[in-house]
Design a protein around this ligand. Sequence first.
Ligand SMILES: Cc1cc2nc3c(=O)[nH]c(=O)nc-3n(C[C@H](O)[C@H](O)[C@H](O)COP(=O)(O)O)c2cc1C
Length: 364
Amino acid sequence: MLFTPINIGGMNIPNRFVRSATHEWMAKSDGTPTSRIGDLYEKLAINEVGLIITGYAYVNPKGKSDLFQQGIYEDKFINPYREIVSRVHKYDSKIVLQISHGGRQTMITTDNPYVLAPSSVIETTKGITPEEMTENEVLDTIEDFAQAVRRAKEAGFDGVQLHCAHGFLLSNFISPYTNRRKDRWGGSTEKRTQIILDIMVRIRELVGEKYPILVKLNVTDGFKPGSRRHALDAPESIEIAKILAKNGVSAIEVSGGIAEAGDELFRKCIDSPEKEAYYKDYAKMIKKQINVPVILVGGIRSKKIMEMLLMEDYADMISLCRPLIAEPDLVIKLKKGETDISKCVSCNLCSDENGIKCNYNFNK
Ligand SMILES: Cc1cc2nc3c(=O)[nH]c(=O)nc-3n(C[C@H](O)[C@H](O)[C@H](O)COP(=O)(O)O)c2cc1C
């Protein structure tokens, strides 16, 4: 099953492998993507990764989260992205741009001294209390996301993914821990999801009904049970997935964790099958309730578990981040039977400001 095709919102993908969005630290300081990023994606395409999701691209400089992050906030980005996309399209792979606003995890700089979020809830890892967004700031951000999608389509991307996970702005909106608003974008589950629906409406006005829009969704903020009274978790996140699927989202990638919850987001030391696919039970619950493909990410390492996830209806696609940093040719190796498990030891040393790479001994 791993090597059978699948269709997402009209996009034909040759196999079930996804390169999960991975910030590369390879863009210019204004966010312009470089040929280094193109080299990386082309390598993944040569090595038969069915769907490549880019690193997160910021839709407005006020929502930039990290150094050397790629941007998509002006039309000047269309041409450089077009070049990158055309390199991937020489092969069978599809490529989707992940778009994001940093929200509580925006990087503070002299040019951008304020962090914007749905509500002024202190981010305890950095000790920063964000400004609550005004109604106009929310409306402008909806437009920023939609314009980013228009640019992505003009650049030739096969679709986009809205980053609604990991404690960035849209993940802040869906979580009751970080969204305490009392207006149209806060309160009930539906109201906390409303900003994503507003973005979807505007996207459809700009690019039509047929363009694939994926969502990477936090299914849990990741706090230990009982440690926060109001945080996002199932069953509420399952309801959110249902709302999104009913409102034109083409696929949902199941993920979880925010920085304040500790190591949840990229769990370390995945060294046994029991530790693999740590959000699989959420994915199964979601897959039962929605009729668009479910993509699962997080600690998937062995072919045995990948096959089990597809066969036993946990997910439709297998998404990998750190394993493809360690071995960009992992998919081909699995296909040829040259290996049945990733070499990745989940040490997280691949987060490298000089550009992602596996910094564990075996690659030195
Ligand atoms: C270096 C690095 C950069 C990442 N950048 C992003 C990103 O830009 N967008 C995103 O949604 N997730 C990002 N993630 C999270 C991964 O996509 C993935 O959800 C997480 O690493 C778990 O999957 P894995 O066990 O296959 O690595 C990043 C992870 C790492 C290690």
